[in-house]
Write a protein that binds this ligand. Structure first.
Ligand code: FMN
Length: 182
C-alpha cells in the first residue's frame, strides 16, 4: 500500500476505535476573528470520496466560522507511532435528511443531550435554567459536517530519521505523493 492508502486505512480504523489517538483531531476553522481550533470526534471516514465526517451543533461558533470560510485544516497526533497527520479540505453540511437521520439513529441517548440545550453552546451561564434541555430540539440542532480532503501532510518522528510526505488529490481522485525534507 502507498502512503496515502495506508493513511486512509488508518483513518478508517480511528473512526471505529474509541481509543485510537486519531479519533479526536483538532479542527481549525477560519472565522471573522481569525483561526479557531478545537477537538472533534472523527465519526466516519469515506476513503473513496476522501471525506471525513463529524457531528456538531448547528448553533456552535464553528458553524458561524464555516459560513465565513468553508476551508479547514485538521491535525491528528498519534503518540504511540509518533505520527502527525495534517489535512486540508473544504466543509459541506450534509443536506440529505435521510443520511442525517441514519447518523442520528446511531447517536445514543446520553449523547443526544449534547444537542438539546435550550441555550446555544458557548452561551454565558446565568441561571440554572440556562442548562435546561429539551430533547425534542436535539435532532434539529444535530448537524453532520463533511470535510472533503484535498491535501495531506504526514510527519513520522523517529530516532533513525524523521520521515515526511505530502499528498495532493488529483481530478481523478488519486493521490500524488511526494517525500519531503522533514
Ligand atoms: C475529546 C473532545 C471531543 C469533542 N468532540 C466534539 C465533536 O465531535 N463535535 C463538537 O461539535 N464538539 C466536540 N467537542 C467540543 C469542542 O472541542 C468545542 O468545545 C465545541 O464544539 C465548541 O466549539 P466552537 O465554539 O468553536 O464551535 C469535543 C471536545 C473534546 C475535548
Amino acid at each position: 500500500m502507498n502512503h496515502a492508502a495506508e493513511t486512509w486505512a488508518m483513518l478508517v480504523r480511528a473512526s471505529v476505535d474509541n481509543k485510537h489517538p486519531w479519533r479526536t483531531p483538532a479542527l481549525c476553522t477560519q472565522g471573522v476573528d481569525g483561526p479557531n481550533a478545537r477537538h472533534v470526534v472523527l465519526r466516519k471516514v469515506l476513503p473513496d470520496a476522501a471525506t471525513l465526517v463529524f457531528f456538531t451543533d448547528h448553533r456552535s461558533q464553528k458553524m458561524q466560522d464555516l459560513a465565513q470560510c468553508d476551508k479547514v485544516s485538521l491535525v491528528f497526533w498519534n503518540p504511540k507511532s509518533n505520527t502527525q497527520l495534517r489535512v486540508w479540505g473544504t466543509v459541506r453540511v450534509e443536506a440529505d435528511v435521510s443520511q442525517v437521520d441514519q447518523y442520528w439513529a446511531r447517536v445514543p441517548d446520553h449523547a443526544r443531550r449534547d444537542y438539546a440545550t435550550l441555550s446555544a453552546p458557548g452561551s454565558v451561564l446565568n441561571t440554572d435554567s440556562d442548562q435546561a434541555h429539551d430533547m425534542s430540539l436535539a435532532r434539529e440542532y444535530f448537524t453532520v459536517l463533511l470535510v472533503d480532503v484535498q491535501r495531506m501532510d504526514c510527519l513520522q518522528l523517529s530516532r533513525e530519521g524523521h520521515q515526511r510526505w505530502a499528498a495532493e488529490r488529483n481530478r481523478q481522485g488519486g493521490w500524488i505523493t511526494q517525500n519531503l525534507v522533514p
